[in-house]
Design a protein around this ligand. Structure first.
Ligand code: PBG
Length: 324
């Protein structure tokens, strides 16, 4: 008797029934860029199809997000003024803080996650405070805690530290607990690699480091045991969700972390992954939509529970149409 795996592939309904990976819009998070100013929606050249919004224009994109069936956004801020210690990151009336208030006033039901980092706010573009030419881990921790706390006061639902300083999850957890936010979870960028795939984001946020690189704090892409170590440490410090970033070149890391931890695992399909597929699609080199569907399914198949992607709204539409 011949064993026939093909039997399950021949009929569409059966294929759907038997699919090992089922993708849902409920598992998607949409990143949103907020810039200072009023009445601004400007296209981001490095991320075709994405825009920067002034706080007052956020309701437009939030409404579209909810309509698409995506219930979570991840907010990034682009301040007017940058300085040595990134004060605009934790200013009560900072651009993200304004944005959160505006969003929550109009759409209290949307789940607002905030990226917690200093790189968009520092004049040197590093993710922490710079002392004698190097990023000072411990001096950065209280500023990250202040940033996360200010987001919570503005009404955020979850903090997502992306700076890769050691001990930042514990510092943020302590600050939230001490100020009445014990119920607010932390999604930690646990395995965040030093990656060329962040290029278009840095263009969008104006956050490329002015000297050196991020190799002193972001992970070395040759390592994956270290990713498990980072994830376990973050969980010990109080992370509720751990994240792997980027996604496309790191599916093995997603898979390994999935097996090593019992908290939900998020994957961030970053700006370079998005821009690359967009560019190839525009050139007619690949079918953009099919490629995005395949990439999303691959990330979930690797073990992600949550997918953060610039493609979230379109993906939600394709899921609805039964394309994945
Ligand atoms: C901030 C941050 C970055 C990204 C997310 N948070 C930039 C960086 O680390 O350089 C990148 C996201 C993307 O490329 O889509 N530290």
């Amino acid at each position: 008797m011949l064993i026939r795996p093909r039997r399950l592939r021949e009929n569409k309904i059966l294929r759907e029934l038997a699919a090992e990976t089922k993708v849902s819009a409920k598992a998607l998070v949409y990143p949103v860029f907020i810039r200072e100013g009023a009445n601004i929606e400007e296209a981001v050249p490095s991320l075709p199809g994405q825009s920067r919004y002034s706080p007052d224009r956020l309701p437009v994109i939030i409404e579209k997000t909810l309509k698409a069936g995506v219930n979570s956004v991840l907010l990034f801020g682009i301040p007017e003024h940058k300085d040595e210690t990134g004060k605009a990151a934790y200013a009560e009336n900072g651009v993200v803080q304004q944005g959160i208030r505006e969003i929550k006033r109009r759409f209290p039901e949307i789940h607002v996650i905030t990226d917690v980092c200093l790189c968009e706010y520092t004049s040197h573009g590093h993710c922490g405070v710079v002392n004698s030419g190097a990023v000072d881990n411990d001096a950065t921790l209280p500023l990250l805690a202040k940033t996360a706390l200010s987001h919570m006061y503005a009404g955020a639902d979850m903090a997502a530290p992306s700076d890769m300083m050691d001990g930042r999850v514990a510092a943020i957890r302590e600050a939230l607990d001490a100020n009445g936010f014990a119920n607010k979870p932390i999604m930690s960028y646990s395995a965040k690699y030093s990656s060329a795939f962040y290029g278009p984001f840095r263009e969008a946020a104006g956050s490329a480091p002015s000297f050196g690189d991020r190799k002193g704090y972001q992970m070395d892409y040759r390592n994956k045991r270290e990713a498990v170590k980072e994830a376990l440490l973050d969980i010990e410090e109080g992370a509720d969700i751990v994240m792997v970033k980027p996604a496309m070149a790191y599916l093995d890391v997603i898979s390994m972390i999935r097996q090593a931890v019992s908290v939900p695992v998020a994957a961030y399909s970053v700006s370079g992954e998005y821009a690359m597929i967009k560019a190839a699609g525009k050139e007619g080199l690949i079918d953009e939509e099919s490629a995005f569907c395949e990439l999303a399914a691959g990330i979930f198949r690797a073990g992600a529970d949550i997918l953060i992607t610039y493609n979230a709204l379109e993906l939600a539409g394709w899921i609805k149409e039964g394309r994945i």
